[in-house]
Design a protein around this ligand. Structure first.
Ligand SMILES: C[C@](O)(CO)[C@H](O)COP(=O)(O)OP(=O)(O)OC[C@H]1O[C@@H](n2ccc(N)nc2=O)[C@H](O)[C@@H]1O
Ligand SMILES: Nc1ncnc2c1ncn2[C@@H]1O[C@H](COP(=O)(O)OP(=O)(O)OP(=O)(O)O)[C@@H](O)[C@H]1O
Length: 315
């Protein structure tokens, strides 16, 4: 059987607001999510055994059963046991380009690629909605990673409503290689630090300083108003992560000083991104940030908005 290679794009959060807590222990969110062209490549190969194996040469990515790509294949094998019996085990090779523990959904997009890829390989024909339901069992970001593009995400992040694609803006991503932030830590710390600042509205907790401002960003996206898109970026996690890691605060300040359309930390961090109108502007921002922060631990990428989720790699 021929191998299947898939492109698994990273995401950034253009808007992330924590609206309250939920009975399942997760948090209710209002987000605007956006795919970027920076992507991992996932290759699936039938291995003629009954085993699922993960291969990845990135030192921070586990190759065992804790890998989200492994867990996605295991979920497919359990859900579609007949297909698994027929086609057997699979080798999953991860070519890791997305930084790990970065707030860019690296693990989630790998899991999404395995769901989409095994559906193709096993010829099942699962609908996108069904694939996203499966994905939600693996992580809150997985359903978005399957569909990609630009979308409003609510619930715990799995309830999606697509937005029109934003034109081709460029994105500078910046991350200290040795610094990662755990998503669970970010949610826990947000609750601890900001509980007093919440105002109770019935059974919803909301931080009135930015409550429900996502509408302005969504209108800006609808109107393709790049200036307003840049001005309306927001992330509730930014304050706690920037306080905990002053070097990330300095990085964001250095980016903001380059006059981008806007800049923000993505997800639970610590990657900071800047939006730019042209590739030249993005290159200039990257060069200026590098000259202000010559630290070799700081990594920069110039990429662009991406209008697709998981798809087959071109031959
Ligand atoms: C920060 C974001 O990346 C924004 O897109 C996501 O909310 C995180 O998505 P994810 O990595 O897929 O997260 P999950 O694997 O579902 O959950 C990791 C941990 O984050 C917390 N979590 C996540 C999502 C959510 N809506 N509420 C939460 O409290 C939970 O403590 C959970 O144990
Ligand atoms: N396929 C995978 N790729 C990257 N990390 C993985 C993978 N599977 C498991 N992990 C583990 O998950 C942890 C989080 O990595 P990941 O890159 O997904 O974080 P993230 O980008 O912050 O995610 P998110 O934005 O969804 O919160 C890492 O510490 C890593 O050990």
């Amino acid at each position: 059987m021929r191998p299947y290679s898939l492109i698994a794009p990273a995401k950034i959060n253009l808007y992330l607001e924590i609206l309250g807590d939920r009975s399942d222990g997760y948090h209710e969110l209002a987000m605007v999510m956006q795919s970027v062209a920076l992507a991992d490549q996932i290759t699936l190969r039938a291995n003629g055994t009954a085993r699922i194996q993960v291969f990845c040469d990135h030192p921070d990515v586990p190759a065992d059963q804790t890998n989200l790509a492994y867990r996605a294949a295991d979920l497919m094998a359990n859900t579609y046991a007949e297909a698994y019996r027929q086609f057997g085990g699979v080798d999953i090779r991860i070519d890791k380009q997305i930084p790990v523990g970065a707030g860019l959904a690296g693990g989630s997009t790998n899991a999404a690629a395995v769901l989409v890829g095994l559906d193709l390989m096993w010829g099942i024909g699962i609908t996108q909605i069904e694939l996203q339901d499966l994905g939600a069992q693996l992580g809150s970001d997985v359903p978005f990673c399957i569909a990609g593009g630009t979308a409003i995400a609510t619930g715990r992040g799995e309830v999606l409503s697509p937005l029109p694609p934003v034109d081709q803006l460029y994105v500078v991503l910046a991350k200290y290689q040795s610094l990662s932030v755990s998503t669970a830590w970010a949610y826990k710390t947000y609750r601890q630090r900001f509980e007093e600042a919440y105002i109770r509205e019935g059974d919803r907790l909301s931080d009135k300083r930015n409550a429900m401002k996502s509408g302005a960003l969504v209108s800006a996206i609808d109107q393709a108003d790049h200036g307003q898109i840049g001005k309306r970026l927001y992330n509730d996690f930014e304050k706690i992560v920037l306080e905990e890691h002053p070097q990330v605060a300095a990085l964001k300040a250095a980016m903001a000083a380059c006059d981008p359309l806007g800049c923000l930390m993505s997800g639970s961090g610590p990657t900071v991104f800047a939006l730019a109108e042209t590739q030249e502007q993005a290159d200039r921002i990257a060069t200026e940030v590098r000259s202000v922060i010559p630290d070799s631990d700081l990594k920069l990428w110039v990429t662009q908005l991406y209008h697709h989720g998981i798809h087959l790699a071109p031959h």
